[in-house]
Design a protein around this ligand. Structure first.
Ligand code: HPA
Length: 265
């Protein structure tokens, strides 16, 4: 039987990407930036988990961006779907096996700062794992003690920041706090998150960065701000709002990452 890796190598048709992107809720528009795209549904890739979350397509898109070979993962699985923090591990292991060196993650997030308005984009410079879990629980050898001091690669961050500047798009940098979801936070949790030093909150990315570092991938991540955190405006939060708002910041992120990938070594 063909492995997921065999199927992707076949689809790549000689292309050897070193950069992979994971696209968050409602951010699938980034696939439009891919030239000569080849698409493979997760259902054709043994071991790839299928997300039940609306707004997550579940396909691998390969091609080039600015002449650079890339692999996009349109759709991810979340901890809150089955209670498995390592749900993306099989996918990331396949990427590693294919020779991917750089992992760029995107997500939709709630803002904790007034000046970080919905529709804006934030470069994650560090995170707080507030989920109480870790995707490496159960790992048995010393490799599980992954250093997280430089989890978000400084070289990748610089490339992304410079790309934003060149595109004339404001890109804030900040700390992303991982809540397990799937319920949104309470206003009290949002007040706590602000006191603890977070700038944005969300339900993904952190387990993938931990796994990415475990696998030796250089990681970077960007949040598209879809809303203010619970209690900051008075309105109720919803996934419909996340999906509606994500493409707004998503367009900015597309421009930033398109340039950043073209500029990458
Ligand atoms: N909280 C958690 N996850 C999110 C939010 C939020 O406010 N917005 C988009 N994803």
């Amino acid at each position: 039987m063909k492995t997921a890796s065999d199927v992707i190598v076949e689809a790549l048709n000689g292309l050897v990407p070193r950069v992979a992107l994971v696209l968050g809720s409602g951010l699938g528009g980034l696939v439009d930036a891919v030239e000569d795209p080849v698409r493979v549904s997760y259902s054709k890739l043994p071991g790839f988990p299928e997300s039940g979350v609306s707004g997550h397509a579940g396909e691998v898109v390969a091609g080039t961006i600015g002449g650079k070979p890339v692999l996009l993962l349109s759709g991810r699985v979340h901890y809150y779907e089955k209670g498995d923090a390592a749900a993306m591990r099989p996918v990331l292991e396949v990427l590693k096996g294919l020779g991917i060196e750089k992992l760029i993650l995107t997500n939709a997030a709630g803002s904790l700062r007034e000046e970080l308005a919905p529709g804006s984009v934030m470069l994650i410079e560090d995170h707080i794992n507030f989920s109480g879990t870790n995707p490496l629980i159960g790992e048995e050898d010393d490799a599980r003690f992954v250093g997280m001091t430089s989890a978000y690669d400084s070289g990748l961050r610089e490339t992304i920041s410079k790309a934003a500047e060149a595109e004339g798009i404001a890109l804030d940098a900040g700390v992303y706090m991982w809540f397990s979801g799937p319920s949104f936070e309470t206003p009290a949790e949002i007040r706590m998150a602000r006191i603890m030093g977070a700038d944005a909150v969300g339900m993904s990315t952190v387990p993938e960065v931990i796994l990415g570092r475990f696998l030796g991938l250089a990681c970077a991540a960007c949040s598209v701000i879809t809303n203010y955190g619970a209690g900051m405006t008075g309105g109720e939060l919803s996934h419909a709002e996340t999906k509606d708002m994500a493409p707004i910041g998503g367009k900015k992120l597309q421009a930033i990452l398109t340039r950043a990938i073209a500029d990458m070594q």
